[in-house]
Design a protein around this ligand. Structure first.
Ligand code: UFG
Length: 326
């Protein structure tokens, strides 16, 4: 049985769907602070509750024969982490509680959701996994510290784990059942698509970065490709082929904010007005992954991560669900 924390969230819900589809029994733990009950696959067991509640987590491990944990639950919004750093640092409390309960129950396999935000402003692009970690925001810092904790628990307590450093997750379930919905929405692609739908203007945060057109460059990776990497990581841990690894998950291609707006115009056929605004604090200029390592070691191949497909699947979700999961 697989425990998925944050399984009602954007990325976690896509993982639960794929796990169930591939025949796994799944327990979902989520406090629904940002996730959606309707996003949780009906075949999964849903346990509403909070990772701050140690007894609640111990009880889950007491009740279900969990073999491996996928830990998605976190406060992951970069601008929010700049305004309220302690929110990001709560990611540490929650993860420590989870790890304590896992070790007590003898569960020693973890797929951990990390982030490109651990790197900060890159010294080289595409960024390899051994690039120094200098996060420019508390969110990235919280994940870097958790990675350090995991490494220590690997040595001291035999915890086997794979940490997946996501670049910019985007797009929606190609079958149209799941999509991205945050309140408030801060992510670029859903903001652009809502603006397209409602005829609003997009604010472009910063036009003086050292990039091709002055706007920040990101490596957008389709959520379904992220999830296929999680399943490969899970199998490698369950079969004992891997004990401790860190992998980047990106498409190794960077797009500026203006290029994303342009691609969205092509996909939607709509004019999407924008205006230049100030930089958003905590944003690095460029984040583009080298994902050579996971391709070579686990045979991962992204299938949906060209920008047009990412935007087309997200657009389909937004058009079919203008009120999200409501
Ligand atoms: N942006 C705009 N206007 C908007 C929204 C975003 O110009 O209305 C810009 C941002 O300033 C940034 C880029 O678009 O330069 C991407 O911003 P997102 O908010 O979509 O994504 P982030 O890069 O800030 O963060 C995302 C995840 C993090 C993760 C990071 C890794 O939210 O959890 O990718 O690259 F750490």
């Amino acid at each position: 049985m697989i425990l998925v924390t944050g399984g009602a969230g954007y990325i976690g819900s896509h993982a639960v769907k794929e796990l169930v589809k591939s025949g796994h029994r799944v327990v979902v733990l989520d406090n629904l602070s940002t996730g959606h009950r309707a996003a949780v696959d009906k075949k999964a067991i849903f346990c509403p509750g909070d990772l701050h509640d140690l007894k609640f987590i111990h009880d889950i491990f007491g009740e279900y024969p969990i073999e491996l944990v996928m830990h998605f639950a976190a406060h992951s919004i970069v601008p929010q982490s700049m305004q309220e750093p302690l929110l990001s640092y709560r990611n540490l409390n929650c993860t420590i509680n989870l790890l304590e309960a896992m070790l007590k129950a003898g569960v020693r396999k973890l797929v951990f959701s990390s982030t490109a935000a651990v790197y900060g402003e890159p010294l080289e692009t595409p960024i390899p996994e051994n690039h120094p970690l200098k996060p420019t925001n508390p969110y990235g810092q919280s994940k870097a510290w958790i990675e350090a904790i995991l490494e220590q628990l690997h040595r001291a307590n035999g915890l086997d784990y794979i940490s997946l450093r996501y670049f910019n997750a985007a797009g929606a379930d190609p079958e149209g059942e799941l999509g991205e919905e945050h309140h408030p929405e801060t992510h670029l692609i859903p903001i652009i698509l809502k603006a397209a739908l409602q005829g609003e203007e997009v604010s472009v945060f910063g036009s003086d970065y050292p990039t091709k057109d002055g706007t920040p460059v990101r490596d957008y990776i389709h959520v379904s490709d992220l999830i296929s990497a999680h399943l490969l990581a899970m199998e490698a841990l369950l079969q004992g082929r891997k004990q401790r690894e860190i992998y980047n998950l990106g498409h190794q291609r960077g797009y500026s904010v203006l290029e994303v707006i342009d691609a969205a115009r092509q996909v939607t056929g709509l004019d999407i007005p924008y205006r230049m605004a100030d930089r958003r604090p905590g944003d690095p200029s460029t984040l583009v992954a080298s994902s050579a390592k996971i391709k070579a070691e686990l045979g991962w191949e992204p299938r949906y991560s060209d920008l047009q497909t990412i935007i087309a699947t997200a657009w389909e979700w937004v058009r079919q669900h203008p009120r999200g999961y409501a």
